[in-house]
Design a protein around this ligand. Structure first.
Ligand code: COA
Length: 165
């Protein structure tokens, strides 16, 4: 039976940290759905479609046209989306102890809402554990160098988005 995992997030924009988790997730699931959430507490810089385009580009370039990964945008509750994908596994990356409290709370809430759904936490690599989309946007806004944290493609999108703001 194919084990399907869902990796949700805001991905605003996708970073090398997210790609690290996608790679690791493919070691534990057969098929991964990277799920861009519309309903989060954050106000995104990029539209959901722009975020989807960036993740698809990154996946094609780093993993090759890997059929095991697809990218979807979803609205509403994550657990309903996970169910609709025929999955019962949520993948989340953990970067530091500070992530744990929030992630643990979310995973408990999700399992309370849908007892068949469990969250698997994957540790971020030491090269990426300090990366966050918010910090990347802040450094880019102030003309700092972010090429170690994301790709040229995302960098260009970020520059033109910030210029047009
Ligand atoms: N490497 C680098 N950065 C990482 C990372 C990693 N391995 N893992 C997480 N991050 C960063 C992200 O870039 C992001 O940075 P930012 O805060 O600067 O934007 C941050 O860590 C975590 O954000 P993200 O992974 O996008 O999660 P989120 O907290 O924005 O959203 C959802 C979490 C999408 C799972 C949640 O909002 C959700 O489920 N929404 C749907 C509605 C719902 O069901 N709500 C009830 C949930 S209980």
């Amino acid at each position: 039976m194919t084990k399907i995992g869902v990796y949700p997030g805001s991905f605003d924009p996708v970073t090398k940290g997210h790609l690290d988790i996608i790679n690791k997730a493919l070691l534990v699931v057969d098929h991964l759905i990277v799920a861009i959430a519309c309903d989060t507490t954050k106000t995104p810089l990029f539209t959901a479609e722009e975020r989807k385009e960036m993740i698809e580009f990154e996946i094609n370039h780093t993993l090759g046209r890997n059929k095991a990964v697809e990218v979807k945008v979803f609205e509403g509750l994550l657990v309903n989306f996970v169910n609709s994908c025929g999955s019962s596994v949520i993948i989340r990356g953990l970067r530091a102890v500070s992530d744990f409290e929030y992630e643990f709370q979310m995973s408990c809430m999700n399992t309370k809402l849908q007892p068949n759904i469990q969250t698997i936490f994957l540790p971020a690599s030491e090269k990426t554990h300090f990366i966050s989309s918010k910090l990347i946007k802040q450094v880019a806004r102030l003309n700092g160098d972010i090429k170690d944290f994301t790709s040229e493609f995302v960098l260009d999108k970020l520059k033109s988005k910030l210029k047009n703001q």
